[in-house]
Design a protein around this ligand. Structure first.
Ligand code: NAD
Length: 513
């Protein structure tokens, strides 16, 4: 079965096919193949056969394809947004900000950064055993990379990771989330139009529980984005095979507002990045801690803004502020967290009431005041349009509570004293911390983004974001090769004397490494 060009909308259900549903309306928009383990094996074999020629194209040849793809994204941005929105139910602007902009940037960034980040590196070495020898570190592609992606950003997460893996010279098997395969299939077609050779990138559509193990078993490295629970299972399986994996997992990002903060900016930022993408972002603002003296004013400002947010169907630009929840399971989690907080004494100052008769999966933007760590909304990932807010005595209590979490993805501190903000940022256990901002650190493709603690292993972006798709090789070249090195046999006493002298000369004064 071909893993390419699969989108064939039909009316009836068929074995081996899976429906793609628009979460905003509940309507089926397409059917795609639900592939099985045998299809993965075939795809992996094709990928392995295609990879050497792709690697041989070199950085320039691969970059040409990526730059054409960048232009394709710019020229087809509305088609791309429409496809993303049709399978996620998000607002058009959410797709434009976090997916089209990201994708366009990513193609260009990795096209120009890869040759520099993966260039051969001549290393200076100190050992007397290597005198006169050349030592070069190179980065070879691992071969076939398995990219397993979640449903919240079908382009940025998953497809975005395929770009550096490809630029490093690998073939890629990309498994989008079962609910959101259309964007990856569209982008596969786009890349092929842009000159990507057959089978270098293949999109395997289907259920994660069916395809996950076969993918891990068939590839040389796994890049996984998704829940911590599934990530752990993947790490275990990779350990069995002794292959590397990079994991971008869940989060519970904290935002701290100190008494001297610009409250307008803090409230606007907190609300925006709590509700953006329906709150379904691993790096959403998931909880806020506000110093007591400005707590009431902050809650009032957030509530005033939240009450104006529209939740219409995302039919086009400007149609809505907040979109739908992409998967129905998420609706249960959000409802449970809000109900739990309500039952434990929190105040629901905006939202919290669902429109029962509405088709699709919707939850209103909800602001929860007087939250505390006895409530699930403050300690478990909600992944929905909620902003729970907790009063704290001071910065120390805020930092302690921010760190009282198994997660460590991103965080924010708001204060007009930027130096103090930076000092507090360094005390927070998270991969990225903002001062007077949130979430935008993700757009820094030049800097690593990754989770601490249960939020992940490894990083995307920066040097780490591409070197991880390679196997490092050190090449040692004896250029002026003597017929026999002084330390070679026989051990006639001279070797001992010679090395003793060398050790004394080189290390005797505590000088060289
Ligand atoms: P998920 O873990 O359920 O699924 C992620 C992917 O794994 C999907 O493609 C799914 O089909 C596949 N999968 C499911 N079971 C599998 C198995 N047993 N073996 C292999 N693959 C399997 O996550 P989700 O619900 O799609 O996404 C939401 C989660 O992703 C949230 O926790 C969110 O925080 C996280 N996320 C993290 C980042 C990040 O960069 N850290 C980015 C986006 C989302």
């Amino acid at each position: 079965m071909s893993t390419q060009e699969q989108v064939r909308p039909t009316d009836g259900e068929r074995p081996g096919r899976q429906a793609v549903v628009n979460p905003a309306t509940g309507e089926t928009v397409a059917w795609v193949d639900a592939l099985g383990p045998d299809d993965v094996a075939v795809a992996a074999a094709r990928a392995r056969a295609a990879q050497p020629a792709w690697e041989a194209l070199g950085f320039d040849g691969r970059a040409r394809v990526m730059r054409r793809a960048q232009r394709w994204v710019v020229d087809h941005r509305d088609e791309l947004v429409r496809t993303i929105v049709s399978e996620t139910g998000k607002a058009w602007e959410d797709a434009m900000i976090a997916e089209v902009t990201y994708g366009a940037a990513a193609f260009g960034h990795w096209a120009s950064a890869a040759p520099k980040l993966l260039a051969d590196e001549r290393v200076k070495v100190a050992s007397p055993l290597l005198v006169g020898k050349k030592v070069v570190v190179r980065h070879a592609p691992v071969g076939v990379v398995g990219v397993i992606a979640p449903w919240n950003y079908p382009f940025t997460n998953g497809f975005g990771d395929a770009i550096p893996a490809l630029m490093a010279g690998n073939a890629v098997l990309l498994k989008p989330a079962a609910k959101t395969p259309l964007t990856s299939l569209l982008m596969l077609r786009a890349l092929r139009e842009c000159g990507l050779p057959d089978d270098v990138l293949q999109v395997v559509t289907g259920s994660g529980s069916r395809l996950g193990d076969p993918i891990v078993d068939a590839v040389d490295m796994v890049m996984f984005t998704g829940s911590t629970e599934v990530g752990r299972g993947i790490a275990r399986r990779c350990a069995d095979r002794l292959i590397p994996c990079s994991l971008e997992l869940g989060g519970k990002d904290a935002l701290i507002v100190l008494a001297d903060a610009d409250l307008e900016r803090a409230a606007s930022t907190a609300l925006f990045y709590a509700m953006f993408n329906g709150g379904q972002t691993c790096i959403s603002v998931e909880r806020a801690y506000v110093e007591a003296s400005v707590y009431d004013a902050f809650v009032a400002k957030v509530a005033e803004r939240a009450a104006t947010l529209r939740t219409n169907d995302p039919t086009g630009p400007g149609a809505t502020d907040v979109g739908a929840l992409t998967v129905p399971e998420q609706l249960d989690v959000v409802r449970d967290h809000v109900d739990d907080a309500r039952g434990k004494g929190a105040r629901i100052v905006v939202g919290g009431d669902e429109d029962e008769g509405r088709p699709g999966w919707w939850y209103p933007p909800t602001v929860i005041a007087d939250a505390d760590h006895g409530m699930r909304c403050m300690t478990e990932e909600t992944f929905g349009p909620t902003l729970p807010i907790m009063r704290v005595a001071d910065a120390d209590e805020a930092v302690r509570l921010a760190n009282d979490s198994p997660y460590g993805l991103m965080a924010s501190v708001f204060t007009k004293d930027v130096a103090r903000g930076e000092e507090i940022a360094r005390r927070i256990q998270a991969g990225t911390v903002h001062v007077n901002d949130a979430l935008v650190g993700y757009a820094a493709l030049e800097a690593p983004m990754g989770g601490w603690k249960d939020s992940g292993l490894g990083a995307r972006h920066g040097r780490e974001g591409i070197v991880k798709y390679t196997a490092t090789q050190t090449v040692v070249v004896a250029r002026l090769a003597l017929r026999r090195e002084p330390q070679h046999y026989p051990y006639d006493g001279l070797v001992h004397k010679l090395l003793g002298g060398l050790v004394r000369a080189v290390y005797g004064r505590g000088g060289r490494g």
